[in-house]
Ligand binder design. Structure first.
Ligand SMILES: Cc1ncc(COP(=O)(O)O)c(C=O)c1O
Length: 380
């Protein structure tokens, strides 16, 4: 059976990885500043993570959600403690799109309304509800738009006010920092005003922290910079360091009832063991602080370079925008310098490394990057 060919692939076959380093089948060593798309939070193959997962597998890896699972309770407690959201409840699922799907469902149940406001260049996943709030015409064309949504420019508070005034809006969904849209941080004050407006109108505010959460921005969640309390927060990616797991963090104003939400695999023992290991390592190694420090160093140094249109982001979620295509720069980084990076649109390099990235590794990237992007034939 052939693989359904939906992914443009890099010409690299990784066979081994440790912390921020990946090796391919030819023995080449790569510095990983992409983290499998913001997924690797505590570094590849962390010994504590391996121990937690294999230890759990020796006991029980899976049983359905019809039994008591103390690991889910432990995970909820730990996540509440580290995020400061101890009064929220946790619903566990398997991916980011699924987390958003459940968040949108909850908002609709809670308000009895259907329409959702989302923002330009936002990305929320590939279920039909998530696609309906994702601003990407190519992705939207993949499915029939079954859900009602309106996509407004990021930071358009007046637009949000006008849409809510129609009386049919159940939720506003927004990324803490837009990822796929090119590492765009909402304007200062926008999230605060949005939160206020949602509160005044009984509209559910959903913070999609699937890419920007779990310490990546230098805070546990990126929205913390705005000092707000969203109604629902969605997480995935870094939550499992590669193990597929997603979470919906639900504020106390929502009431649970049996059968309201459900999933077969969500919150299984292995997923919980992986997620607990992530939080334990984040705490033990002070990875949020590291993301903040090393990220700031990278942003400062990148900001000194000529020929870049803009450097933006927070912590270890950084976008480097050029006027032209960054494809040649990324290719040279990969082929000549053996460094993985990500991309957004055609002209933004995205850095999403493990949160364990050291100053030394960051310097190695900066040195290689300066050599590569300055070479005139590679900038456009
Ligand atoms: C902000 C955001 N939300 C949702 C998703 C969807 O997550 P998943 O691919 O796990 O369904 C992504 C994936 O890139 C994302 O970046």
């Amino acid at each position: 059976m052939n693989l359904f060919d939906v992914y443009p692939l890099m010409n690299v076959t990784p066979v081994k990885a440790k912390d921020c380093v990946v090796w391919d089948d030819k023995g080449n060593e790569y510095l990983d500043l992409y983290g499998g798309h913001a997924v690797i939070s505590i570094g590849h193959s962390h010994p504590h993570y391996i121990k937690r997962i294999t230890g759990q597998l020796n006991n029980i890896g899976f049983y359905s959600n019809s039994v008591q699972n103390p690991l889910q309770v432990e995970l909820g407690e730990k996540l509440g403690k580290l995020s400061g959201l101890e009064n929220y409840s946790l619903f566990l699922c398997n991916s980011g799109a699924e987390a958003n799907e459940n968040a949108l469902k909850l908002a609709s149940f809670h308000t009895g309304k259907k329409r959702v406001i989302a923002f330009g260049k936002g990305f929320h996943g590939r279920t039909s509800a998530a696609v309906a709030v994702t601003d990407n015409s190519k992705i939207q064309a993949e499915v029939n738009k079954g859900h009602h949504s309106v996509i407004l420019p990021l930071n358009d508070l007046v637009g949000v006010k006008n849409e809510i005034a129609n009386g049919d809006v159940c939720a506003v969904i927004i990324e803490g920092i837009q990822g796929i849209g090119g590492i765009r941080v909402p304007e200062a004050g926008f999230l605060t005003e949005l939160d206020k407006l949602c509160r005044e109108t009984g509209t559910v505010l959903i913070l999609d922290e699937i890419q920007s959460g779990y310490g990546r921005s230098g805070s546990f969640f990126a929205f913390e910079a705005s000092n707000i309390s969203p109604d629902i927060i969605t997480t995935a990616k870094g939550m499992g360091n590669g193990f597929p797991v997603g979470g919906v963090l639900i504020s106390p104003s929502f009431e649970a009832s049996h059968g309201l939400l459900g999933t077969t695999f969500g919150g299984n023992y292995l997923a919980c063991a992986a997620s607990l290991a992530v939080l334990e390592v984040m705490e033990e190694q002070k990875l949020i602080e590291n993301a903040r420090n090393v990220g700031q160093y990278l942003m400062d140094e990148l900001g000194k370079l000529d020929g870049i249109s803009e450097v933006r982001g927070s912590g270890l979620m950084i976008g480097i925008e050029f006027e032209g295509s960054v494809a040649p720069i990324r290719k040279a980084l990969l082929d000549e310098k053996r460094i993985f990076t990500g991309v957004s649109s055609t002209n933004v390099i995205r850095l999403l490394p493990p949160l364990t990235l050291t100053h030394e590794m960051a310097s190695r990237f900066l040195e290689s990057f300066s050599e590569v992007y300055k070479s005139p034939q590679k900038t456009l």
